[in-house]
Design a protein around this ligand. Structure first.
Ligand SMILES: [Zn+2]
Length: 100
């Protein structure tokens, strides 16, 4: 099972609206969250772009089976995602970034 809306808000630090939209976009797909809210300091540490939506509590990174990530990416814009970035860094770091 994917993350709950409660997890996305309380554990991963997304705004209520972003947690709601991300939950709808993920639609119960079996994916795992690897990053949500980041302080500006943490964002710099992990090489995030300055002003990243992660620092505004409006982005989430997901890992899981490629088919699930591709499906979520394809449907996320219906749930107000403004950033949809399927990143491949080698094979182990593949993830889907969604910003709302
Ligand atoms: Zn991201």
């Amino acid at each position: 099972m994917g993350p709950t809306e409660h997890d996305l808000h309380h554990r991963w630090g997304l705004t209520r609206q972003a947690a709601h939209d991300a939950f709808r976009a993920i639609a119960g797909r079996d994916v795992r969250v690897t990053s949500g809210f980041r302080s500006p300091y943490r964002n710099r540490q992990v090489g995030g772009v300055p002003g990243s939506l992660h620092t505004k509590r409006r982005a989430v990174d997901l890992v899981g089976a490629r088919a699930d990530l591709v499906w979520i990416k394809a449907h996320a814009s219906s749930h107000r995602a403004t950033e949809r970035l399927h990143e491949y860094v080698g094979t182990t770091r593949e993830h889907l970034h969604l910003g709302f």
